[in-house]
Design a binder for this molecule. Structure first.
Ligand code: HEC
Ligand code: HEC
Ligand code: HEC
Ligand code: HEC
Ligand code: HEC
Ligand code: HEC
Ligand code: HEC
Length: 264
């Protein structure tokens, strides 16, 4: 991941509700890989440590310790509880003494994905791919799918493994995530086995553009030259017509209420 690299970056003022242009802050590259590279700057403020934040923001004091970002710390001298809150919000000393001051004494990223791109540059590139969830367009944001404070980074939290990931998608895509009479077991592996949630080169954000998407799970038996057996059917002539779903065959890729082979 790129934020492991050690280099100085400049961030535009637009990033913050502060007036002046701010300079990216450089941490030492020595310790944990993927330590903080850039943090918001609050002029005149110093780091306090998470324990101070928990004192007033009690709602986060338990849940946040389960979040992956709890482990992210500015590589500075140890402060009580680490400084991971401040890695996204900037140093909090001025805010703590005047919490109701509206003069930008603490940085609130709100729905701005830039706050996340500071560390997740690779994700920014994924959202620039031709097919993507409309985050750059401002119609969606990272915190709809990820909870920066919760015990679990994937929203909604609760549940286990892939079921939980699918639930994340089903908030908005009920049609594909509902239960079917003939379910496609591939869904148990998660929507993300076939879709790249941030972005992809391929239509519908698919991980593969053609029948390879399906062939990676469905055993192919090569019997004679020019044959491709899946189940009891030689698929070779069929695949010449298009992909498994676009050729008008398994159009009900997510599951079917009518046909066990998901033909419709
Ligand atoms: C002394 C109590 C206190 C401490 C300590 C404190 N906060 Fe706050 N914080 C508040 C209060 C009260 C508000 C709500 C202000 C309002 O709504 O006017 C607030 C608001 C915020 C906001 C939202 C600001 C906005 O403009 O929307 C953020 C972000 C925040 N705090 C982060 C932190 C972080 C990070 C720390 C630790 C470095 C911290 N706070 C420490 C009391 C505190
Ligand atoms: C990974 C980055 C990240 C970390 C780490 C983080 N926050 Fe936040 N915080 C955000 C984002 C993004 C928002 C805006 C969320 C939104 O608008 O839905 C936010 C909003 C807030 C708010 C304002 C909530 C509101 O309802 O307006 C407070 C208070 C806050 N954070 C406190 C904290 C505290 C305390 C910690 C450490 C326990 C912390 N944050 C750690 C990213 C982070
Ligand atoms: C200060 C740097 C920093 C910022 C800012 C930041 N992250 Fe992270 N994030 C990390 C690190 C470090 C990890 C852990 C990477 C790892 O262990 O693979 C991580 C991991 C993640 C993961 C992966 C969890 C997993 O289990 O693989 C998600 C999702 C994530 N961050 C989302 C966000 C979102 C959304 C924001 C903005 C609200 C954000 N991050 C802001 C540093 C940051
Ligand atoms: C549509 C929901 C959705 C949105 C919007 C979204 N993510 Fe994700 N993100 C996911 C899912 C699902 C995964 C898990 C992918 C997997 O396991 O293959 C993930 C994984 C991640 C990871 C860990 C894996 C990696 O690719 O590095 C990071 C970091 C991350 N997201 C950051 C972000 C940031 C930053 C944003 C906003 C710019 C964002 N995400 C917006 C659904 C989303
Ligand atoms: C917060 C709502 C939301 C969540 C959660 C969400 N999506 Fe989406 N999704 C959208 C929106 C909005 C679009 C764009 C629709 C459009 O352009 O017509 C979209 C588009 C898509 C498309 C492309 C549809 C097309 O016609 O090209 C796919 C595939 C998709 N999402 C899969 C997923 C998967 C997989 C997940 C879970 C990791 C997920 N979505 C989570 C809102 C969401
Ligand atoms: C086995 C692979 C696979 C899995 C698993 C999968 N999808 Fe799809 N999905 C596809 C294919 C292939 C298409 C394109 C269908 C088409 O173009 O007719 C698609 C299309 C979509 C679309 C666009 C719908 C449209 O009408 O254009 C959405 C939204 C979507 N999937 C969401 C999901 C969600 C949510 C999940 C998890 C519950 C999921 N998918 C699981 C393969 C899959
Ligand atoms: C993650 C692995 C995986 C992927 C990817 C996958 N499938 Fe499946 N599929 C399964 C499993 C598991 C079953 C149930 C066991 C079986 O019948 O092979 C299944 C069953 C089927 C069935 C019913 C077979 C029968 O005889 O009842 C069809 C049709 C099917 N898949 C088509 C597709 C198509 C089309 C794609 C690509 C869009 C695809 N699959 C991608 C795992 C996958």
């Amino acid at each position: 991941m790129p934020f492991a690299s050690c280099r100085r970056r400049t961030i535009g003022a637009a990033l913050f509700a502060l007036a002046a242009a701010l300079i990216g802050f450089l941490s030492s590259c020595s310790s944990v890989p993927r330590t903080l590279v850039v943090a918001p700057q609050i002029p005149g403020a110093t780091l306090l440590g998470n324990d101070q934040c928990y004192y007033c923001h009690t709602n986060y004091s338990r849940s946040f310790q389960g979040n992956v970002h709890f482990r992210v710390r500015a590589d500075v001298e140890k402060l009580p509880g680490g400084t991971s809150c401040e890695s996204c919000h900037g140093p909090g000393s001025l805010h703590a003494t005047a919490p109701r001051d509206r003069a930008g004494l603490i940085f609130n990223p709100r729905k701005d994905p830039q706050a996340c791109y500071n560390c997740h540059l690779d994700v920014q590139l994924q959202f620039r791919l031709p097919q993507h969830h409309p985050v750059a367009e401002g119609q969606m944001n990272c915190v709809q799918c990820h909870d920066p404070h919760g015990r679990e980074i994937f929203k909604p939290s609760g549940g286990l493994g892939m079921a939980r990931l699918n639930e994340q998608c089903s908030q908005c895509h009920r049609e594909q995530a509902r239960t079917f009479v003939f379910e496609h077991e591939a869904n148990r592996e998660g929507c993300v086995t076939c879709h790249s949630p941030h972005g992809s080169m391929h239509a519908k954000m698919l991980t593969e553009r053609d029948s390879n998407l399906c062939l990676k799970c469905h055993s192919q038996v090569q019997q004679g030259a020019g044959e491709l057996w899946i189940g009891k059917v030689d698929h070779k002539p069929l695949l010449a017509l298009g992909s498994c779903w676009s050729a008008g065959c398994h159009t009900a890729v997510h599951g079917s209420n009518f046909h066990p082979k998901m033909l419709y």
